[in-house]
Write a protein that binds this ligand. Structure first.
Ligand code: FIX
Ligand code: ZN
Length: 422
């Protein structure tokens, strides 16, 4: 067999290099982001000052700078970026994942981070146009498509959807329903004002009308799944309006339209409101609620990501019990090298390749240029270790099989999960 044949058995000593090459080269479908195509205008963020103003860095700047919350929020985006750059890059080493990420983006674009020259870096971005830059970022990051987070309750975003825009096919819609499940008291009058006959206590035709609302937006958006982030105390079943909305509205509509329901569980909202979007924290959730949902609704498919490190192992065990549960990503405070490595290792050990290893959660387009390279490096390291363990049993491994497995991790598992949508 020729030396470079994909069907050739890979010698133990070549596994690391082979896996690294395949993982680095395999295009990925990024199944949860806050990115938007050009048709969404300024809702979609890109460029250096937006990168530096990522809420992860805003949380960090107040640990180093004496600046008050009031002073910071009174600044414009450029001044905020300069404050963050001075504190986190000039006066201190950018060791955190979020600060290192900015430098990886610059490096991926061919700029020299060692120049430490914000003015020069800004000049590069000022020469970019959004359309060509979007093409460049997708190509460099080897991202095939990204899944958006689309909120029908957000006035700015709703205005775009009501014009029936032609969506860039690289940006897949998702129907995000947090306000329905987490703020029913505020959402119910909003829905009523839009002509849905919904009542505060879910009486009368409310449940049917909530289903009609969901179906109207499924028709409008053509989402690949429905999604919600949920608090650590999320439980099911429970005698609450939320549980009834999930069981009697969300899950039936998902079943009828072949749509998965994505639950991101463990967010404690606004523990420090002064930080605004950066003010959320986490809490440990009860995985048995997820197990009861997966077991109680076997015709539904669930995507689940947990925000607490302590929930990650139990999520893998739950996925072993329920084939309609797909664990995904190393979410938010989990998206750091030390924890990505731990989570990915236990997922391979408990689930083989039947999980979705990562999503970027990118809020700024350029973040694809660091979130994916950083994760690919860790995923390939762990995967190579697992293949080495495998080959030391005497099992033979070919490059074609490595390509098959990585394609499943980076695209196939998600594509299969949404295949019957609509
Ligand atoms: O609920 C979510 O989609 C979270 O990912 C966001 O609210 C969060 O701010 C984030 O971007 C984390 O990475
Ligand atoms: Zn998110």
């Amino acid at each position: 067999m020729s030396i470079d044949s994909p069907k050739r058995d890979i010698p133990l000593e070549e596994i690391g290099a082979t896996v690294e090459r395949v993982v680095q080269e395999t295009p990925v479908v990024d199944m949860h982001t806050h990115l938007y195509g050009e048709e969404f205008g300024s809702i979609g963020l890109w460029g250096l000052d937006q990168l530096i103003n990522y809420h992860y860095l805003i949380a960090e700047v107040f640990r180093f700078s004496p600046i008050s919350y009031r002073e910071f929020w009174a600044m414009d985006t450029a001044a905020q970026a300069e404050t963050i750059w001075k504190s986190l890059f000039e006066q201190n080493s950018p060791l955190s994942e979020a600060t290192r990420g900015i430098l990886t983006v610059l490096q991926q674009l061919g700029l020299d981070p060692s120049r430490r020259d914000l003015k020069a870096f800004r000049a590069y971005f000022a020469q970019q146009n959004r359309s060509d830059y979007t093409d460049q970022v997708f190509k460099l990051a080897k991202v095939k498509s990204v899944v958006m987070t689309n909120d029908p309750f957000d006035p700015a975003e709703r205005a775009v959807w009501m014009k029936a825009p032609e969506i860039d096919p690289r940006f897949k819609p998702v129907l995000r329903i947090d306000p329905l499940l987490l703020k029913w008291e505020e959402t119910q009058p909003q829905l009523a004002s839009c002509g849905y006959a919904v009542e505060r206590g879910l009486e009368g035709r409310t449940l049917a009308e909530v289903r009609r609302f969901l179906e109207d937006w499924i028709k409008r958006m053509r989402p690949v799944y429905l999604a919600a982030s949920l608090p650590p105390d999320f439980n099911f079943p429970e005698p609450t309006l939320r549980a009834r909305l999930v069981a009697d509205c969300v899950l039936p509509v998902c079943r009828e339209h072949g749509l998965p329901f994505s639950m991101m569980i463990g967010v404690r909202k606004q523990v420090n409101p002064e930080l605004r979007l950066a003010g959320d924290s986490l809490g440990m959730a009860d995985m048995s609620a997820v197990e009861r949902l997966c077991g109680g609704f076997p015709q539904n498919r669930f995507l689940v990501s947990m925000l607490a490190r302590e929930n990650q192992h139990a999520l893998c065990v739950a996925a072993r019990k329920f084939k309609n549960l797909m664990p995904f990503g190393c979410w938010w405070f989990m998206n750091n090298p030390s924890i990505i490595e731990e989570i990915t290792r236990e997922r391979f050990e408990l689930l083989g390749t039947s999980f979705i290893p990562q999503h970027s959660d990118a809020r700024v387009l350029d973040q694809l240029l660091y979130k994916w390279p950083h994760s690919r490096t860790i995923i390939s390291r762990v995967l190579a270790e697992k293949y080495s363990d495998l080959v030391q049993t005497g099992w033979q491994l070919t490059e074609a099989e490595v390509c098959r497995d990585v394609q499943r991790l980076f695209e196939g598992n998600f594509a299969d999960w949404i295949a019957s949508a609509h």
